[in-house]
Design a protein around this ligand. Structure first.
Ligand code: HEM
Ligand code: NAG
Ligand code: NAG
Ligand code: NAG
Length: 324
């Protein structure tokens, strides 16, 4: 009898425990969690997705820049929306050299305006960036992952911080590793996150920017010429890349390209100069792409935790381009 009572109370205790555990499980130490807006703005992620999908239907080339916005945000001051802020004197991150023509800001603005209508003052601009980055990959039939939310927006942007925090395309492997490590990302994250295929992503900007066989005027002409030399218009992977269903194939092809020392940037080739990064690279190259999809999601979630503001720190901006 006593044993039975004991068993029952154990079962109850276990249930309470597992309930407690599961309510804590999705939350990491920094206070982010999957579904942060489930109660306060249940449609938040749906609204953002709608804007991303609509915009990318019109212009599929927006996928890459929308991912890149989040990377640039997170590496400078953490994922707190500083990449979106504009200063009158233009000394903001947007105007720093490494921005090399960031794009997609209107989509962030449009999604944010719709969110402000649905639930004013609830969803931060930094979370919009995080959700948009995921949805942009999904729209390309690429990897998907559960986005942690609960970030708040910062108050500061500074062009010099962009210069000193974003990795240069001329980086050697030790400075890449150090840079990523200082953001809480390891060698595997470095390789995996590099695998979004630099060459195919910027090929349009090198060869056919406005559809007239021109290059993007924002690119320094000498630099563009150098890149064209590395990233040919008629690469044999071209046909694959044109088919959005082949996202997997073309990401594995990035690793293949790098392993043959045909990476676009010195920083791509540098991934071969360290035993560990090299072995991750070869592993990804020889996988069927599903490993890459899974790993990419994991590394993106990690990147999304860099220097976040949560709780009562920072603010939820009304408009993403300015502090309240
Ligand atoms: C490892 C260090 C990295 C370096 C040195 C680097 C450098 C660069 C440079 C120089 C460009 C060309 C910019 C231009 O189009 O003018 C570029 C493009 C791009 N980068 Fe990276 N990047 C790095 C990592 C990443 C990461 C971690 C991501 C995202 C997860 C990312 C996403 C992109 C995307 C999507 C583009 C194409 C943008 C477009 O088509 O407009 N990069 N990167
Ligand atoms: C990027 O920086 C350059 C100056 O380095 C500036 O002319 C350009 O407008 C900036 N891009 C964006 C999207 O703000
Ligand atoms: C790598 O680059 C950094 C920064 O530019 C430099 O200080 C360092 O000496 C370089 N390391 C090697 C091994 O070339
Ligand atoms: C450049 O873009 C235009 C318009 O999208 C297209 O008609 C043309 O075939 C493209 N040219 C090349 C060489 O890809």
């Amino acid at each position: 009898m006593a044993a039975l009572r004991m068993t029952i109370s154990c079962v109850i205790l276990l249930q309470v425990l597992s309930c407690l555990l599961s309510s804590f499980a999705p939350t990491n130490v920094q206070g982010l969690k999957v579904g942060f807006y489930d109660k306060a703005c249940p449609k938040a992620e749906l609204i953002v997705k709608k804007f991303v999908f609509e915009a990318m239907k019109k212009d599929p080339t927006l996928g890459a820049p929308l991912l890149r916005l989040f990377f640039h945000d997170c590496f400078v001051r953490g994922c707190e929306g500083s990449v979106l802020l504009e200063l009158k004197n233009k000394k903001d991150e947007k105007n720093a050299m490494p921005n090399l023509s960031l794009r997609g800001f209107e989509i962030i603005d449009n999604a944010k305006a719709a969110l402000e209508k649905e639930c004013p003052g609830i969803v931060s601009c930094s979370d919009v960036l995080a959700i948009v980055a995921r949805d942009a990959m999904v729209a390309l039939n690429g990897p998907s992952w559960e986005v942690e939310t609960g970030r708040r927006d910062g108050l500061v942007t500074n062009m010099y911080e962009a210069l000193s925090n974003l990795p240069s395309p001329l980086s050697n492997i030790s400075s890449l590793i150090t840079r990523f490590h200082s953001k809480g990302l390891d060698k595997k994250d470095l390789v995996v996150l590099s695998g979004k295929g630099h060459c195919p992503q910027i090929r349009n900007r090198l060869y056919n920017f406005t559809g007239k066989g021109d290059s993007d005027p924002n690119l320094d002409t000498k630099y563009a010429a150098k890149l064209r030399n590395k990233c040919k218009p008629t690469d044999n992977t071209m046909a694959l890349e044109m088919d959005p269903g082949s996202f997997k194939t073309f990401d594995v092809s990035y690793f293949k390209r790098v392993s043959q020392r045909r990476g676009l940037f010195q920083s791509d080739a540098a991934l071969l100069d360290n035993q560990e990064t090299k072995s991750y690279l070869l592993k990804q190259m020889n996988s069927d792409g599903s490993t890459f999809f899974k790993d990419f999601g994991v590394s993106m979630v990690k990147m999304g935790r860099i220097g976040v503001l949560t709780g009562k720190v920072g603010q939820v901006r009304k408009k993403c381009r300015m502090v309240n």
